[in-house]
Ligand binder design. Sequence first.
Ligand code: ING
Length: 310
Amino acid sequence: MRVINVAAAQLGPIQRAEGREVVVKRMLALMDEAKSKGADLIVYPELALTTFFPRWYVEDQAEVDLWFERDMPNEAVQPLFARAAEYQMAMNFGYAELTPDGHHFNTSILTDRTGKIVGKYRKIHLPGHSEFDPERDFQHLEKRYFEPGDLGFPVWRTLDGIFGMAVCNDRRWPETYRVMALQGVEMVLIGYNTPSFNSQKGSEGPEKRLFHNRLAVQAGAYQNSCWVVSVAKAGDEDGFPLIGGSLIVNPDGEVVIEAKTDGDELLVHPCDLDDTVFGKKTIFDFARHRRIEHYGRITSQTGVILPPET
Ligand code: ING
């Protein structure tokens, strides 16, 4: 038994006008609740410190950079690191990273029980577009504000297990989980900010989006015999709704706990990392079953190459 008491700390909306200190206070309240419930690890959403700013078209880079963190930790988030260390609780959260040499990433970090950053991941699958798109009901400018991640999909040994991270859209791509599972990952930590509607197909609303949210994460967990913790920033941000639906999925692909609200909500579940072993030794024993000689297209081809017309 290697049980990790995991707290999935869903955040409700963050308005564009709200500062980081307001959010950090809400995150600390969730961390206090997590401590009272015996959590060993707390998982917060993608871009947990700010509103989901890729919905806003901004040309002035100095204004855009106000949404980014230059240092991590920094003064605004230091209380989180201090209290996590005091609680001996590992922590994961997402934020917009501006590096000293001027690169912009949609980043997620993992700390150990002492508050030390032991892992960093930069979002690889960036959805949306880079120029203002008048056809859309609202903008999704992640390709404008972020560069694709340059760290790959690493995993880290910590908390007596093997952990990996992904961010939002990454959870929709099977490659994300498989690359980590080929490194033995036992738990994947994912934050997300998912608009409740498809900006290009208004008929696709929260029900369908919540269905896809579950489907993608359950598939990833099952097909790689790992735990997946997926945590939303939810609710109405300046009139733009985001789905909730934070959930924890076990290595059999079963949802073991799911958020009920679109606000700040803590889910706590005991996750036994040993539950990943049976699947990795039987149906998803990669060494015995995979046939990589037939998988070439997956890394040699980016887009589709259609068969010749007959
Ligand atoms: N948000 C959304 C997500 O992948 C999206 C964007 C939603 C893309 C639905 C495709 C379908 O959950 C982020 N931040 O990636």
